[in-house]
Design a protein around this ligand. Sequence first.
Ligand SMILES: C[S@@+](CC[C@H](N)C(=O)[O-])C[C@H]1O[C@@H](n2cnc3c(N)ncnc32)[C@H](O)[C@@H]1O
Length: 233
Amino acid sequence: MSRDFSFDRIAPVYDKLSYLAFRGSVTRAQRYFLSTIPPQSNVLIVGGGNGDILIDLLERVVPAHITYVEASVAMMHRAKRKITGYRQTNSNLSLPTITFIQGTERDVDSTKMYQVAITNFVLDMYQGSSLDGMMQRIDSLLSEDAVWLFTDFRYSSRLMNRIWQKPLAQFMYIFFHFTANISVQALPNYDSHFRKVGWDEKQHQSFFGDFISSNIYTRTKQISQRDFSSKNR
Ligand SMILES: C[S@@+](CC[C@H](N)C(=O)[O-])C[C@H]1O[C@@H](n2cnc3c(N)ncnc32)[C@H](O)[C@@H]1O
């Protein structure tokens, strides 16, 4: 998709709308795998939105450093405000440094190496070669043993669920077309895009009737190496 989208207009109500529409499942899904992040990791968050993910992360793990990348000025402003408040009320804690980048993954210093990437409800804004390009860029910033936490809307494998999920996804895309100028119209096949950049799903947990999926991906190489060594034990 073209990068002409902007979440600035919707930023003030985004969290409330998402909470009301999905009865808190969006938040629960985003939190689900956070505590699996190894302590002292360098964490890259792309498209973090209003910043709740930062607080959720800091309450569960102690990363060495966080880089927070967000395209929307208004979303970024809110995220910074939330973290300033959090630092003030938790001044007794030693919190990691956070680098805020108002931009996209392309603006991240390519000499940096991360052990964790978090992309929540952002890959669904892309498709085709734009999605591949974005994922390749994130992949290039991640170490060999990195984990990629990814939470997003996804069609269920069950037909009965897909019957209501497809129109709901279409409604959401129309809504975001008018409010944020998003041009994508259908959810991508994430697995095939992850496979192209050399990543495979290791674990997942479903929410909201299978429409929201929280996932841990690792490099395909890592999985095959593990299989190989367990077979040779
Ligand atoms: C649908 S919102 C989700 C926000 C947040 N992850 C959440 O779940 O509440 C998508 C966010 O990703 C941001 N975004 C989209 N593409 C991006 C990119 N390539 N780099 C950084 N931010 C991006 C948008 O500005 C928007 O704030």
